[in-house]
Design a protein around this ligand. Structure first.
Ligand code: TMP
Length: 212
């Protein structure tokens, strides 16, 4: 019998430390003998990575908000069908850096698109695929943005947006967590890397029974 795969997503604003935390969580799960796939959005499949480059580069005003939401959804559909569902079907644990909640937080709470439009796009993109656990890395946006700027990568279109925007999206994530407490765990990402990772492992232990 194939062991059951699980789908974990990491969410949060800029500079919350998601990529480091995903790598550390993957190491811990692999050390228990689990098969783990790490992936990201936008991206995670060949086509979705091409769409990603259209989204993360260029000027802030490059895309109209609805066009952007549709590009994100097209990338997400490809990623779910070609990467996530096959891995879960093979009994693997899928750790995904951002997923559908990012669109609700960024495009909905951040850019002010109607949430019902975004829920409709989400349903088209993912069908009934839902994370088993969503870890929301919560940090004061002023701290997160400073960390992201220090990291100094080239993909900076989203990071240029204003502090107000980042405050709204933080509120969005907290609203998502409040609406779905069984799926979501809020992790204090203002802490150091090791404390954040310990909190993440605790959430995975409590909610999914792994890492005992
Ligand atoms: P990353 O910096 O976590 O790799 O994400 C790339 C950017 O894409 C980030 O600034 C957030 C943004 N984004 C959205 O606005 N909506 C989405 O649905 C996703 C997945 C990402």
């Amino acid at each position: 019998m194939t062991a059951q795969g699980r789908f974990i997503t990491l969410e949060g604003g800029e500079g919350a430390g998601k990529s480091t935390q995903i790598r550390l969580l993957a190491e811990a799960l692999r050390a228990e003998g689990r098969q783990v796939v790490t992936t990201r959005e936008p991206g995670g499949s060949a086509g979705a990575e091409e769409i990603r480059s259209l989204l993360v580069n260029g000027s802030v005003g490059r895309w109209l908000p609805v066009s952007e939401a549709m590009l994100l959804s097209a990338a997400r559909h490809d990623h779910v069908q070609r990467t996530i569902l096959p891995a879960l079907g093979a009994g693997q644990w899928v750790l995904c850096d951002r997923f559908a909640d990012s669109t609700i937080a960024y495009q909905g709470y951040g850019h002010g698109l109607a949430l019902d439009l975004l829920f409709r796009l989400r349903d088209i993109a993912v069908g009934d695929t839902r994370p088993d656990l969503t870890l929301i890395l919560d940090v004061d946006p002023a701290i997160g943005l400073a960390r992201a700027a220090a990291r100094n990568g080239g993909e900076d279109r989203y990071e240029q947006m204003k502090l107000d925007f980042h405050r709204r999206l933080r509120d969005g994530y907290l609203a998502i967590a409040a609406a779905e407490p069984d799926r979501c765990a809020i992790i204090n990402a203002g802490n150091g890397i090791d404390v954040i990772q310990a909190d993440i492992r605790q959430a995975v232990r409590d909610r999914l029974g792994a890492l005992r």
